[in-house]
Design a protein around this ligand. Structure first.
Ligand SMILES: [Zn+2]
Ligand SMILES: [Zn+2]
Ligand SMILES: [Zn+2]
Length: 741
């Protein structure tokens, strides 16, 4: 049986079911599957088989169940065997799971022996991936191995009818991990939670050790504390995520409908980006100028205790890291790395084996669209369509999340960060090592992005040379398309149309691509159309200055840009220098980037001329556009960008929201016309949408709905982010096809 079946109370569930049906036999975990042997009356066996699938624990996912008949052993009872290694199947290790209702109730019950214990858990909840050192998933191979179970815990662990039967991280105040409060290198006496709450209430910033790493936390309703944290993190207007006591508190800050509520309360407990209500001023401090705010609910017992007593009901909970570096996980490292940011530390002694940032998702058609895949979603193991060789894929430099393929499955690392410093490269190597040892991957091929300047490319080529392995580059946008095709197990022979809208990526011709249409089968994805090339000053540097992208777009079409909002944003000699650069083409790079096209529009509409974090301008423009409910587009002819800019600029009597919406709808209309025409040419009924621009759900829905109305099957990312965080999967599918190019 393959799927997420380890660490979710699956073996105990099987044992209880067998006992109920009076069946004898055994259940055991292997590194990659769960094996059950049962013997008994045929109708009881059939009932067992059916109930196995119908009644499996909520956190389990059964991917497939193989049944075979074997000789009976005349066993007398049903047993859970300790794990054996070396099996050739593959069982998914579950992600970290948010605290369950039963554990919450115990924690709040003064008569319970785990009353206010910050590390309680059970078979249905608690840490998993972040504490696992090896598979099969058993206590000696987790961060819990040094905590010896007390007699009470052991009794629960061994009792078939207990809800902690075989709960590997089982713990209680007598035998489990401990919490303490530290300030200036000193461990303070007293209740660590109470001390932390007092400090937070006084406006201090704390480094709090959680499930997948440290958070920096402060009282979200204290503007001065939030401002101080922003200064210490030196991250400009970058939005902070919010952890709130409950849904009612969430509703003060953001719009929470039933679907959003379900996502917030899910076992994965991601940060959900939701539209601000616009009524709370503090929401503006947390995500300045941003229509959305990332919100999550307390997902560990420790977090729940923080919201338990005092009036704090909303905390900023931002990743504890140095700018651009991965999240800090160890007690030893934290004061060195976060000493300049934190006033106090809330630490514990359950080691974090695998770093895992909080996941970030948006809501799309009632389900999660991943923006960043980390805690609660990692690790992910997906079945690969057949024909790939075992490989390692390095992904790209932004939103780095490498992965392996092994025996027909892909294993992907959680989000690591941007490859721009040694700390990230070290975290990247650590994560790869962890995954390869968990799943015994031994790659025969190394895959990387075609961009010659990427650090991930250099790392991959060096790694291939060091290990004497062949390596291959995979073009960025074809990898984006292939990632989605892999998610849906699309046959490599199927002819598709792929629309890949992205910020940046190295093209076959050396230009910066990002507004691409491909058609053909997976091995032969032809670039059939693209956003017209524009020479962008500084190439990728334009990503930080939407005003430059705007002016370059108008300049390339011979349109006057001197009176635009973008031009007005230039100061001093910037205008004359830019004029000169555009005239000579010095250090200008041809680009078909859809990301920069949206940036240009955002600047021309006066929404934003320079950004503090990636895609800020496009995110803000989407939020503005979403406020306008009429979905009419501009009349500009197909991909006639000159007409579109002219129309949008002369439409200045209309509200900015209307103009932003019309821009979105025009790009959607053009995209659909082109995709439909290519589908007819190609004889295909399948359109793939991928690339970072599709984090924009207004655009995603606009294009999807129109193509579906035309009878096409539209594939959008389901598990992985549309951005570069999902790229490794595409590299593993396209680059590792045994007979591709
Ligand atoms: Zn629980
Ligand atoms: Zn105990
Ligand atoms: Zn990309």
């Amino acid at each position: 049986m393959v799927g997420i079946v380890q660490g979710v109370g699956f073996r105990p569930f099987v044992a209880r079911l067998a006992a109920e049906l009076a069946l004898a036999g055994l259940v055991r975990n292997t590194t990659t599957a769960v094996v059950i042997e049962v013997e008994g009356a045929p109708d009881q066996l059939e009932a067992f088989r059916k109930r196995l699938e119908d009644e499996a624990p909520a956190a389990a996912t059964l991917e497939h169940v193989d049944v075979e008949f074997i000789d009976t052993l005349d066993a007398l009872r049903f047993e859970i065997l300790t794990s054996s290694g070396g099996d050739l199947h593959s069982a998914g290790l579950p992600p970290d799971l948010a605290i369950c209702i039963d554990c919450c109730r115990e924690m709040e019950d003064p008569t319970d022996r785990r009353y206010r214990y910050p590390f309680l858990n059970c078979t249905a909840c608690g840490p998993r991936y972040s504490i696992v050192e090896g598979l099969p998933y058993d206590r000696p191979r987790t961060a819990m191995r040094n905590f010896v179970m007390c007699a009470d815990c052991r009794a629960e662990y061994e009792d078939l009818n207990d809800r902690r039967y075989h709960a590997q991280p089982i713990a209680c105040p007598a035998c489990g991990p401990k919490l303490w409060f530290e300030r200036d290198g000193n461990c303070l006496e007293g209740d660590a939670i109470e001390l932390s709450l007092a400090a937070l209430a006084a406006g201090e910033i704390g480094a709090i050790r959680g499930i997948g790493g440290f958070h920096l936390a402060c009282d979200a309703r204290n503007s001065a504390a939030v401002a101080r944290l922003r200064v210490r993190k030196a991250r400009g207007d970058q939005p902070f995520a919010l952890m709130v006591r409950d849904l009612a508190t969430a509703r003060e800050f953001v719009e929470v409908d039933a679907q959003a509520a379900a996502l917030l309360a899910a076992a994965a407990a991601p940060i959900v980006l939701l539209a601000k209500t616009g009524t709370t001023q503090v929401a503006e401090d947390l995500a300045p100028g941003n229509g959305y705010l990332g919100v999550m609910l307390p997902y560990s017992p420790l977090h729940r205790l923080l919201f338990g007593r005092m009036n704090l009901d909303a905390l900023v909970m931002t990743s504890g890291n140095l700018h651009g570096e991965p999240v800090v996980t160890s007690n030893d490292e934290v004061s060195e790395k976060l000493g300049g940011q934190a006033d106090f530390y809330l630490k514990h002694n359950r080691e974090i084996v695998a770093a895992c940032d909080d996941s970030v998702v948006r809501l799309y058609r009632g389900r999660a669209l991943a923006i960043r895949r980390g805690r609660g979603y990692a690790p992910i193991s997906l079945g690969l369509p057949s024909g790939t060789v075992p490989a390692l894929a390095a992904g790209a430099d932004l939103k780095c999340a490498p992965g392996f393929s092994h025996q027909g499955r892909a294993y992907l690392s959680p989000h690591i960060g941007d490859m721009e410093n040694l700390a990230t490269i070290e975290a990247f190597t650590r994560s790869l090592k962890h995954i390869s040892s968990l799943y015994h991957c031994s790659p025969e091929l190394i895959l990387y992005d075609a961009h010659p300047g990427y650090l991930s490319t250099q790392w991959a080529r060096q790694h291939a040379a060091d290990n004497n392995l062949p390596s291959r580059a995979v073009q960025h946008h074809r990898a984006h398309a292939a990632a989605v095709m892999a998610e849906y197990s699309i046959d490599p022979a199927l002819r598709v149309v792929a629309v890949v809208f992205d910020g940046t990526g190295f093209g076959d011709d050396g230009a910066i691509w990002g507004g691409e249409f491909f058609s053909g089968d997976l091995r032969h994805l032809q670039r059939s159309a693209h956003l017209p090339y524009v020479a962008l000053p500084g190439g990728d540097a334009c990503a930080k200055r939407p005003a430059l992208a705007a002016i370059a777009h108008l300049h390339s079409l011979g349109l006057d840009w001197s009176t635009t909002a973008s031009a007005a944003s230039l100061v001093g000699s910037q205008r004359s220098l830019l004029q000169q650069q555009l005239a000579t083409g010095l250090n200008c790079h041809l680009s078909s980037s859809m990301g920069r096209f949206f940036d240009a529009a955002a600047s021309l509409l006066g929404i934003r001329h320079s950004v503090a974090f990636e895609a800020q301008a496009a995110i803000e423009m989407e939020a503005v556009a979403a406020q306008w409910k009429d979905d009419a587009a501009y009349a500009a002819g197909l991909w006639n960008t000159a007409e579109l800019w002219a129309e949008m600029l002369t439409d200045d009597a209309s509200p900015v929201a209307a103009r932003a919406r019309r821009f979105h709808e025009t790009v959607a209309r053009w995209s659909c016309e082109t995709a439909k025409a290519l589908a007819v040419d190609e004889g295909s009924d399948t359109v793939v949408l991928s690339g970072g621009v599709f984090q924009n759900v207004l655009l995603l829905e606009g294009i999807s709905a129109t193509l579906e109305k035309a009878g096409l099957r539209v594939l959008v990312p389901r598990y992985l982010p549309p951005n570069d965080g999902g790229l490794a999967l595409g590299q593993l599918y396209l680059g590792a096809l045994a007979d591709s190019r």
